[in-house]
Design a protein around this ligand. Structure first.
Ligand code: SF4
Ligand code: SF4
Length: 119
């Protein structure tokens, strides 16, 4: 079983994807980057924002880790939502994915996936 957390762009969420309905559909249908869980059980532990501009993701994830750890629901994989991917690629998001991935994996021990649903 993979315990998953999804981070969304604080500036886009509920503007482009109301109530994160797209990611919930994609999780149910194992669409896009969730296809990797076809032979595993995807368990959504948490969804929260990226920490806001200018890319305050690491402190946000540290807080998330503390909360989920205290609840006995540790996270294995962090997906950066398709909204974050689009923000980085098209909207001057200050996050450098490669740097963020290294910090989340090396310093915090998470597997990191860029993207969620494919539409
Ligand atoms: S891409 Fe996913 S996480 Fe981001 S706003 Fe849309 S539904 Fe929510
Ligand atoms: S840091 Fe990037 S992902 Fe986060 S709110 Fe700003 S533009 Fe969106």
């Amino acid at each position: 079983m993979a315990n998953v957390a999804i981070l969304f762009c604080k500036r886009i969420q509920d503007h482009s994807c109301i109530a994160c309905a797209k990611c919930h559909k994609a999780m149910d249908e194992l669409d896009g980057e969730f296809a990797r869980y076809a032979d595993d059980e995807l368990h959504l532990v948490a969804m929260t924002d990226c920490g806001d501009c200018p890319g305050l993701t690491i402190p946000r994830v540290k807080l998330l880790r503390e909360v989920t750890g205290n609840l006995g629901r540790p996270i294995d994989v962090i997906h950066l939502g398709t909204c974050m991917k689009l923000a980085m690629e098209t909207a001057d998001c200050p996050i450098d994915f490669d740097d963020l991935k290294i910090m989340l994996e090396r310093d915090l021990g998470y597997e990191v996936v860029l993207g969620t649903h494919s539409y």
